[in-house]
Design a protein around this ligand. Structure first.
Ligand SMILES: Nc1ncnc2c1ncn2[C@@H]1O[C@H](COP(=O)(O)OP(=O)(O)O)[C@@H](O)[C@H]1O
Ligand SMILES: [Mg+2]
Length: 243
C-alpha cells in the first residue's frame, strides 16, 4: 500500500522555486530518505506534505486519498506527523507536558491519551526517566528524542522528520537513529530528511536525491551508496555549510 504518493508537486515562494515537478512515493512500513544539499528543497517538500504550505501544482495522496487543501491539523488527525527542523519543543514545559501536547485527537478521550503516553514512555525509557524535567534543560540529542516521542503521541501512520542529526554529536546521533528504527519496527512509515548521506542510507530502504528543487536520482539505498551521481548532486558542498 502506498502510504504517500506525490505526483508533479511544485511549490513556489512567490517567484522563488522551492521544488518543481516532484514524483515520490513511500510504501507502508518503509523508511525512505530524502537527501540533498542545503537549499535543495527538502524542507519545502515536507511542509507541502504536512499542509503547512500548499503546492502550486501536483497532488499528494495519503493511503490512497488525495489531501487536496486539507488543513495541517486534519492531516495530523489522519495519521501524518512532521517533526520539523530545529525540533520546536517547548523549553519551559516539562517532558511530560510536551508529550501531552503531542496527543492530537484525544481532547475528549483521557483513556486513549493515557494509553499513548504509556506506550511512548515504554518505548523510550529516557523520556520516562526525565518525565518531570523542563525540556529546556535537556541536551540537543535528548530534545530530539523528545520531539520524536511527542510525534509518536499522535499515533501516526507516517512520521516525517527533518534533519534529526543536525548539530548532534555522533553518540547522540546513534541514539536518535536507534529510536527511528524502533518507530519503524512498530509499523510506522518514515520519511527521513538528511544531509548526512551515509547515515540515512544505512537505515532507509530507498532514497530520493533533490538538487535545486528537482529529483535528480532515486532508487534502493544499496544502489545509491556507490553512485557517483549522488556525490555530484550532493557532496559538492562541505559539512560546514550546515545552517
Ligand atoms: N519561506 C521562504 N521564502 C522564500 N524562499 C524560501 C523559503 N523557504 C525556502 N525557500 C527557498 O526554497 C528553496 C528550498 O529551500 P528548503 O526547502 O529550505 O531547502 P532544504 O531544506 O533542502 O535546505 C531554497 O532556494 C530556499 O531559499
Ligand atoms: Mg531544510
Amino acid at each position: 500500500m502506498r502510504a504517500l504518493e506525490l505526483n508533479g508537486v511544485s511549490v513556489y515562494y512567490g517567484a522563488v522555486r522551492g521544488v518543481e515537478d516532484v514524483d515520490l512515493y513511500v510504501d507502508e512500513g518503509e523508511i525512505v530518505a530524502l537527501l540533498g544539499a542545503n537549499g535543495a528543497g527538502k524542507s519545502t517538500l515536507l511542509k507541502a506534505i504536512s499542509g503547512i504550505i500548499h503546492p502550486r501544482h501536483g497532488s499528494i495522496a495519503f493511503f490512497g486519498d488525495n489531501f487536496g487543501k486539507l488543513s495541517a491539523h486534519r492531516r495530523v488527525i489522519q495519521g501524518l506527523v512532521h517533526v520539523p527542523e530545529g525540533r520546536r519543543i517547548f523549553t519551559t514545559l516539562t517532558i511530560g507536558e510536551n508529550l501531552e501536547l503531542g496527543a492530537y485527537g484525544t481532547q475528549r478521550n483521557r483513556t486513549e491519551r493515557a494509553r499513548r503516553l504509556n506506550e511512548v514512555l515504554g518505548l523510550f525509557p529516557l523520556l520516562q526517566q526525565h518525565f518531570q524535567r523542563l525540556a529546556g534543560t535537556l541536551s540537543g540529542g535528548e530534545q530530539q528524542v523528545l520531539a520524536i516521542g511527542r510525534a509518536m503521541m499522535s499515533n501516526p501512520r507516517v512520521l516525517m522528520i527533518d534533519e534529526p542529526s543536525l548539530g548532534l554529536d555522533p553518540q547522540k546521533v546513534d541514539i536518535v537513529y536507534d529510536m527511528l528504527e524502533e518507530v519503524a519496527k512498530l509499523g510506522t512509515t518514515v520519511l527521513l530528511v538528511e544531509q548526512n548521506v551515509s547515515l540515512a542510507l544505512e537505515i532507509a530502504s530507498r532514497a530520493y536525491v533533490l538538487q535545486q528543487g528537482s529529483v535528480v536520482l532515486s532508487g534502493p539505498s544499496a544502489s545509491l551508496v556507490d553512485d557517483s551521481r549522488l556525490s555530484d548532486a550532493y557532496l559538492g558542498k562541505s559539512a560546514d555549510d550546515h545552517d
